[in-house]
Ligand binder design. Structure first.
Ligand SMILES: *[C@@H]1O[C@H](CO)[C@@H](O)[C@H](O)[C@H]1NC(C)=O
Ligand SMILES: *[C@@H]1O[C@H](CO)[C@@H](O)[C@H](O)[C@H]1NC(C)=O
Ligand SMILES: *[C@@H]1O[C@H](CO)[C@@H](O)[C@H](O)[C@H]1NC(C)=O
Ligand SMILES: *[C@@H]1O[C@H](CO)[C@@H](O)[C@H](O)[C@H]1NC(C)=O
Ligand SMILES: *[C@@H]1O[C@H](CO)[C@@H](O)[C@H](O)[C@H]1NC(C)=O
Ligand SMILES: *[C@@H]1O[C@H](CO)[C@@H](O)[C@H](O)[C@H]1NC(C)=O
Ligand SMILES: *[C@@H]1O[C@H](CO)[C@@H](O)[C@H](O)[C@H]1NC(C)=O
Ligand SMILES: *[C@@H]1O[C@H](CO)[C@@H](O)[C@H](O)[C@H]1NC(C)=O
Ligand SMILES: *[C@@H]1O[C@H](CO)[C@@H](O)[C@H](O)[C@H]1NC(C)=O
Ligand SMILES: *[C@@H]1O[C@H](CO)[C@@H](O)[C@H](O)[C@H]1NC(C)=O
Ligand SMILES: *[C@@H]1O[C@H](CO)[C@@H](O)[C@H](O)[C@H]1NC(C)=O
Ligand SMILES: [Zn+2]
Length: 328
């Protein structure tokens, strides 16, 4: 009975969302396969975000959610519990992604954010369960009393057990929306409304500066929080999101936090200062990120070089951030 219901649900998703997406595996090899995108859960805001229970409507919601004071996890610590239907094998995979995120966001060998099993005195914690799709709350939900549901399912036709999907969902938990919801997104991507299922158009919402904080980072095609090129497409052979600054840029990677994701988390949690627009602070922060993890370093060095960064910084104040980090 339950099984039938699930099979129908799975098949329905399969039909509706069937398209070819690159599945980025934890081994970091890219494999293209036909599978529904488990992050595209119809009816949930942004495909994979659970509305706060006290929010008035799905449209009443806020890159980093504001205000940070009531959406950040205290001390950057996220207590978690696993529901019984997450297998030991999958919980080990999820915990490994938590460790990877902690390592990537370290500043000077000190943890910036961390995940730990909830203890008996924790009032606020996430519950990771095997639901239908991959979705999560955005931010800590403050002092809300009740379940903070994080669905990381693992099924026959679909799975959230992909390094970058788990990191994506946990980054929502830390307080971040999708990259293409940034206030400045129209300067970086062209949303192809004609190819978007009208009932899913809300997934392409753009927030304003009073709702979200870009943490003085540039728009990042490489963000683990960016949708892929044909997310929620009517015709999935055609795009819904075209990167306009670099039409061949790859969007929607699901391997790990990008260097800019890392910086945004470090700034939101106050682990590095959010700079005012000055060349000195920016280059200091870049140095900090470069030093914080060898993985980050390799990504950065394969995408740009610091002399480019330095020369860009001297041009115009506002484009500094954008150009600087984009070249990273
Ligand atoms: C356990 O997880 C690993 C990595 O996710 C996977 O390759 C393996 O097939 C899983 N084993 C079982 C029994 O599910
Ligand atoms: C995180 O860093 C610790 C300490 O350096 C190391 O033991 C662990 O293997 C790292 N884990 C991951 C997932 O990178
Ligand atoms: C248990 O949770 C409480 C409340 O969040 C926290 O103050 C305390 O440090 C935790 N204890 C341990 C051993 O992590
Ligand atoms: C897993 O458990 C949660 C609650 O513990 C439940 O809501 C969910 O439906 C379960 N998933 C499956 C596939 O049974
Ligand atoms: C998780 O849910 C999927 C369907 O949503 C199901 O195929 C799978 O067996 C479930 N796993 C567990 C351990 O309950
Ligand atoms: C931001 O958007 C919200 C919701 O649409 C709106 O109420 C608010 O006035 C907007 N703020 C600015 C500064 O545009
Ligand atoms: C879907 O899009 C592709 C690529 O743009 C196009 O070649 C094809 O004709 C479209 N199919 C339909 C049914 O519109
Ligand atoms: C544009 O994106 C492609 C693919 O990611 C990359 O190889 C190329 O270097 C990028 N070009 C610029 C100017 O950044
Ligand atoms: C990290 O260490 C460097 C060198 O000791 C120091 O200059 C910098 O201020 C430190 N950064 C933070 C955020 O503590
Ligand atoms: C940025 O400027 C404000 C106001 O001038 C100041 O209070 C703040 O400390 C500065 N922040 C940094 C990181 O320099
Ligand atoms: C770094 O950028 C500068 C300025 O664009 C360029 O002249 C130099 O060749 C680049 N170095 C490397 C190693 O790519
Ligand atoms: Zn998401």
């Amino acid at each position: 009975m339950h099984l039938n219901k699930y099979l129908t649900l799975i098949l329905l998703y399969f039909v509706i969302n069937l398209h070819s997406i690159p599945i980025l595996q934890s081994s970091d090899t890219v494999q293209t396969t036909s599978i529904y995108n488990p992050e595209q859960n119809e009816g949930l805001e942004g495909g994979d975000m659970v509305p706060q229970p006290f929010q008035k409507s799905l449209t009443d919601r806020g890159v980093a959610i504001k205000p940070a004071s009531s959406n950040r996890w205290a001390g950057g610590v996220v207590p978690y519990e696993f529901a019984a239907n997450i297998t030991a094998n999958n919980s080990a995979f999820i915990v490994a992604q938590m460790r990877a995120m902690e390592n990537l966001t370290q500043v000077n060998n000190t943890q910036c954010i961390s995940f730990r099993p909830r203890n008996a005195s924790d009032l606020y914690f996430i519950t990771i369960f095997n639901g239908s799709g991959c979705y999560s709350p955005v931010g800590s939900w403050g002092s809300y009393i009740g379940t903070r549901p994080v669905s990381l399912m693992h099924g026959t036709y679909s799975t959230c057990m992909v390094s970058g999907i788990v990191q994506h969902e946990l980054t929502h938990v830390l307080g971040f929306y999708h990259e293409q919801s940034r206030p400045d997104r129209d300067s970086y991507v062209s949303i192809q409304w004609a190819n978007i299922d009208p009932s899913q158009a809300f997934n392409f919402v753009k927030y304003n500066d009073s709702q979200v904080d870009v943490e003085m980072t540039s728009y990042d095609y490489g963000s683990v929080m960016h949708y892929e090129w044909n997310a929620f497409a009517l015709n999935s052979s055609g795009p819904t999101i075209i990167p306009t600054q670099n039409t061949s840029a790859y969007i929607g990677q699901r391997i790990r936090l990008s260097p800019v994701d890392i910086l945004a988390i470090q700034r939101y949690y106050g682990c590095v200062p959010t700079p005012n627009i000055t060349t000195t602070t920016i280059s200091t922060t870049i140095t900090t990120t470069l030093m914080s993890s060898t993985t980050t370093t390799s990504i950065i060095s394969s995408m740009g070089n610091s002399s480019t960064v330095m020369s860009t910084t001297t041009t115009a104040a506002t484009s500094v951030i954008i150009d600087t980090f984009w070249k990273l």
